[in-house]
Design a binder for this molecule. Structure first.
Ligand SMILES: [Zn+2]
Length: 222
């Protein structure tokens, strides 16, 4: 374990050095692409630093009581939002809307490699869109979204529930949602406002599968 920790530390340091070099190069060249890549590299340094930590704060503390977890969440929010008060982010007009399952293993920032706010991310149970999501997506398209990405992902717990007769009895609404997922998508595509933009080429809708282990978007099997 220690050698893995050491390897991670060296990787973090190497990534950090690479990020600093990239950042310097980015500023010198004043290249937006270099700045984008350097920013992404620095985010990855952050991931490398935080990801291996298992015994800090809210994550997987056996026996940790809900109120204590909530208190840690509040403390972390205070810390993070305190930083944001001093370094405000730019607001963006999203041009992409994505529907992604609520599975915690899927990280939508990693999915896009982009920390800017060009994305509406709709996180739902089992990547199922209900009436509210359908209308919200239509509103997003009316407000300028030009690409809608409807995803599923590998090893989805909701799909496993729907495939298990015993669990279907425990979670009937979730199971029905999975059963109807494709039909609901078909209905979304036929809505007049959506169909018109699809026909004129002002909107494209993609259906993709996410590799849960890597966040890679891949073509679905069906
Ligand atoms: Zn899922």
């Amino acid at each position: 374990m220690e050698s893995i920790a050491r390897k991670r530390m060296w990787l973090s340091m190497a990534a950090g050095a690479a990020a600093v070099a990239l950042l310097a190069a980015g500023w010198v060249a004043a290249s937006e692409r270099a700045r984008f890549v350097a920013g992404g590299a620095m985010v990855n340094v952050g991931y490398e630093l935080q990801d291996p930590i298992e015994d800090f704060e809210v994550v997987d503390h056996e026996g940790m009581q809900p109120e204590a977890i909530w208190a840690e969440l509040v403390a972390q929010n205070q810390l993070a939002s305190g930083v944001r008060k001093h370094f405000p982010r730019s607001s963006r007009h999203p041009v992409i809307a994505m529907v992604v399952c609520m599975d915690a293993r899927v990280d939508t920032v990693e999915l896009t490699g982009d920390t800017r706010k060009y994305y509406y991310m709709v996180r739902t149970a089992g990547s199922v869109i209900g009436p509210e999501e359908v209308e919200m997506l239509e509103l997003a398209v009316a407000n300028g979204v030009k690409v809608v990405v409807l995803t599923t992902h590998s090893d989805c717990a909701a799909e496993k529930v729907a495939a298990d007769p015993e669990k279907r009895r425990l979670y009937p609404a979730l199971s029905a949602g999975i059963d109807e997922r494709d039909l609901r998508i078909a209905a979304f595509l036929k809505r007049p406002a959506i169909a018109a933009k699809l026909a004129s080429g002002d909107l494209i809708v993609k259906q993709m599968n996410i590799d849960t282990a890597t966040d890679e978007l891949v073509k679905p099997d069906h």
